[in-house]
Design a protein around this ligand. Sequence first.
Ligand SMILES: *Cc1c(COP(=O)(O)O)cnc(C)c1O
Length: 412
Amino acid sequence: MSITTDTTSMESKGGATPAEVLRAEARTAHNYHPLPVVLAQAEGAWMTDIDGRRFLDMLAGYSALNFGHGHPRLIAAAHAQLDRLTLTSRAFVHDAFADFTAGLGDLCGKELVLPMNTGAEAVETAIKVSRKWGYDVKGVAADSARIIVAAGNFHGRTTTIVGFSDDPDARDGFGPFAPGFDQVAYGDLAALEAAITPDTVAVLIEPIQGEAGVLIPPDGYLRGVREICTRHNVLFVADEIQAGLGRTGRTFACDHEDVVPDLYVLGKALGGGVVPVSAVVGDREVLGVLKPGQHGSTFGGNPLACAVGSEVVAMLASGEYQSRAAELGLVLRERLDAMIDKGVVAVRSRGLWAGIDIDPAIGSGREVCERLMARGVLAKDTHGSTIRLAPPLVISAEDLQWGLDQLAAVLA
Ligand SMILES: *Cc1c(COP(=O)(O)O)cnc(C)c1O
């Protein structure tokens, strides 16, 4: 067999592409277009590449690294568990499981936790639970349950999930898709209520649309969704995978409107940047519909995941990280607002999380991120001319200011 390699897609305009980038690209499917940096080490908010150059992480693994790289508490929890017990499968009970489920349930104010691994799996789990609840509790006729989703949604990459996306890149070429989903405009309560039928079992939304560009719905939207769902006996499923666990300055993005969904869908930061940990969290009357054999995951709720997840929950229970996100978020917002009409067209932010629409005359979002990288800042574009900033919540105020100085310089 002859092996051909195509590395043309990695050739950037700014000179030779590092050999290690070409090597990485040579033998992988091109489902990503990474910035041409090769990272070797990281601590807190800083990453170091193979040549010893340092970069400020202003993406934090899309919120998976809310606590920064190598947080001592998380690494210690992982090390201690690694030396003891890593995997049992759920065929047996292990001694890190109960602490995790009780801790996470308490953090959410809910009775039950169903642990999975990736975010997409947790969303799939929430879809299954919602349908089962629809049939067993609400009394919807077999195989006719419907779930309402929002335009512009991002809930992951499985075939069912991309089937109810309206992003052509995510969706086109991957059908046929699972039926049973209805899409309405994000932020439009009248459209949401009009889409509800007797077969509707759930409304699945992101309380802030991250991938779409950190889109924050109008004030009162989440409260309205809660009220409509309650009135029509429909589950409110909040995908807090990216927005939740401290990012917005509260434990959950729904907290900003004092709203409690029926199901929280969590992931990313739940694994502390160490292991993939996701979960669906809800009360017994909803999650209790699942019986043995009806759902599962070989790795879901494994001892290592539970040990790290428990430490994440303990760290969040102190409120310290939420406060940091809220305080640093004010700094972030003030600096970004000052860039409006200086290369920035619009800013949306909540806590330490911002979507910044760049003046297209400055360059594409990708080009701005390449220029930021040249100045030692790593960030990620989305949808053409939008930049997302989501630094680790442990970033210092000085480092945050420095990172924003680099953005201002790039836009000048
Ligand atoms: C990242 C993300 C997912 C998917 O998580 P994976 O771990 O990549 O499967 C789902 N929903 C939202 C809101 C996300 O940001």
